[in-house]
Ligand binder design. Structure first.
Ligand code: FES
Length: 174
């Protein structure tokens, strides 16, 4: 867990006219989510999840819109969004590749595998391809050590992978 430090005093927020948290999503949240929580603040996580689910990431403008919707300060929602690694505050590729880097996968060839994937996609860990298709991340143990090395692509787990068969898997996604 690492705190993300942002220069909030001078940070530029890209804005668009159309809200990210639009009236339809607000109505859905008011009908189906807020009633389950004792306060609006308590619903911060599910509201952020709903925005991310709809847009695949959470732009800074959306952080402000969520704060206004819940009656919180922008900083309170930013604190929450940056505390959890599950929230994406920059655009995420259509396919999120998470390669396990824990000990068993490392012993079974994860390092070479990761290098091949980086070379194939032309990006480093933590980056997204220019066409927005792939984001590459390293993950801690994915709970499938007996089939190491493993990687997730979005929700799907790929087991006992080799660089060659994983490259084929990525080609098939394209
Ligand atoms: S170490 Fe990779 S799945 Fe456990």
């Amino acid at each position: 867990m690492a705190w993300i430090v942002k220069n909030s005093a001078t940070m530029k927020i890209d804005r668009r006219e159309q809200p990210w948290l639009d009236d339809a999503l607000k109505a859905e949240l008011e009908a189906n989510v807020l009633p389950s929580y004792p306060t609006k603040q308590a619903a911060t996580l599910p509201v952020l999840h709903a925005v991310q689910h709809k847009h695949n990431w959470i732009p800074l403008q959306a952080i402000e819109e969520v704060a206004d919707f819940l009656g919180l300060s922008h900083a309170q929602v930013m604190d929450t969004a940056t505390f959890y690694e599950d929230f994406w505050l920059k655009p995420k590729g259509k396919y999120l590749i998470m390669v396990c880097q824990s000990i068993t996968c490392e012993l079974m060839g994860q390092v070479g595998l990761l290098e091949r994937i980086k070379a194939k996609l032309g990006i480093d860990v933590g980056q997204t391809t220019q066409d927005g298709r792939f984001t590459l991340m390293a993950a801690e143990c994915l709970g499938s050590c007996d089939t190491a090395p493993v990687a997730l692509v979005n929700e799907k787990l790929y087991e006992s992978i080799t660089a060659t068969n994983f490259e084929r898997i990525l080609d098939d996604l394209e």
